[in-house]
Write a protein that binds this ligand. Structure first.
Ligand SMILES: [Zn+2]
Length: 370
């Protein structure tokens, strides 16, 4: 593929499917300061979080991102996300996380268990206010258990997705650097975990062919230029009609194989950047391929500024000389169908007479066509 930069990628309707609209802050109230500190590590769950949507909206508006799919990460809450959706119903949709179950476990009040996790999510999803589970399935964070045990718990989350007709999304791959080492080792330091072994998704996709599964990060999550987990994700996506690849942290060259693979193609790529996570600063290795990539630099440490992942990701996409209708699918069309996101008009995204549309729940998407 001839990669030549044509500037920032633009889309007819752009959706970022992986966004954290809250931010961690430490001790700002005591100091009488504005909450504006990034922090990582074991303290994240205990830090104070605040609504970061004004900054997020500014970034979205600068780069033409129409809608963000927001969900909590460590220490963040479902309540703040719902308020953000209420304030801007056209710009955000929210996914639910088992925040209470995790909080109790992190504070030592009650050991994390799948029953509480499922019950909490069931209740949240039953409100109709959340469009799925995120970020990821919490049982994937449990260490020292076999894939079989992970699978049994993952199936319970998949049952919830089926019940509420939402897509499933969970992490494949994890960052290196300051989180990959000391931070995540305690969480995914278990290579039976579906995070560490994307091939496990084969089993899940075959068991739930009716549930769309998005592989978050598809093996490239602030993980430098290492691509072994990415290749495994492609293997899964090429084998199952219901598996989608989240690609927002891919550099341009990584799009080539999946776009050309007849079993993958633009129809299965979903743009999601992890905006708001501190694991997305970019590194630069002049003259190398990739020359820039999302990575955590141990020598510098976590950024306290808001990393501009949109500008970088859209410049990488801007190097692809592919039909605009295909780019539109990657930047938004697939997400619109998978999450049932409302668009200002029908027929924005490519489809052809007599061809079956993408595998999503039948009541999603722009069904009521004029
Ligand atoms: Zn994330």
């Amino acid at each position: 593929m001839n990669l030549t930069s044509s500037g920032l990628a633009k889309g007819i309707f752009v959706v970022d499917t992986h966004v954290h609209a809250q931010r961690h802050a430490y001790g700002f109230q005591k100091k009488g300061e504005d909450p504006d500190y990034a922090a990582l590590g074991s303290g994240m769950a205990k830090s104070v979080v605040y609504d970061n949507s004004p900054r997020l909206l500014y970034h979205m508006d600068r780069y033409g991102v129409d809608v963000a799919v927001i969900f909590p990460a460590f220490g963040m809450t479902n309540e703040i996300d719902l308020k953000i959706v209420d304030d801007h119903p056209d710009r955000f949709i929210a996914l639910a996380w088992d925040v209470e179950t995790r909080r109790k476990s992190e504070s030592g009040e009650k050991k994390w268990n799948i029953k509480d996790s499922i019950a909490e999510l069931d209740q949240l999803l039953s409100t109709g206010r959340f469009k799925g589970i995120g970020e990821g399935f919490s049982s994937g964070h449990q260490v020292g258990i076999s894939w079989q045990e992970h699978l049994e718990m993952y199936c319970q989350y998949m049952e919830l997705c089926r019940k509420y007709k939402t897509p499933a999304q969970y992490h494949t791959g994890f960052p290196n650097g300051y989180v990959g080492g000391p931070g995540l080792a305690s969480m995914v330091g278990n290579y039976e975990s579906p995070w560490a072994n994307p091939l496990h998704a084969h089993e899940l996709a075959a068991l739930y062919p009716d549930v769309p599964i998005i592989l978050c990060h598809s093996g490239i999550e602030g993980s430098g230029y290492y691509t072994d987990l990415y290749t495994q994700c492609l293997h899964v996506a090429a084998s199952h009609h219901n598996v989608y690849l989240e690609c927002g942290q891919w550099w341009a060259e990584l799009y080539e194989v999946p776009l050309k693979d007849p079993n993958i193609g633009a129809e299965k790529l979903v743009w999601g950047t992890d905006w708001g996570a501190s694991c997305t600063p970019q590194s630069w290795m002049p003259g190398c391929v990739p020359e820039t990539f999302c990575s955590q630099d141990n020598k510098i440490g976590p950024p306290s500024h808001q990393v501009d992942v949109y500008g970088w990701s859209m410049r990488e996409l801007g190097k692809l000389n592919i039909p605009q209708d295909d780019l539109n699918l990657i930047l938004g069309g697939n997400a619109v169908r998978i999450f049932g996101i409302k668009t200002p008009h029908t027929r924005l995204f490519k489809e052809y007479l007599g061809r079956p549309s993408l595998n999503v729940y039948p009541d999603h998407g722009d069904k009521k066509k004029k």
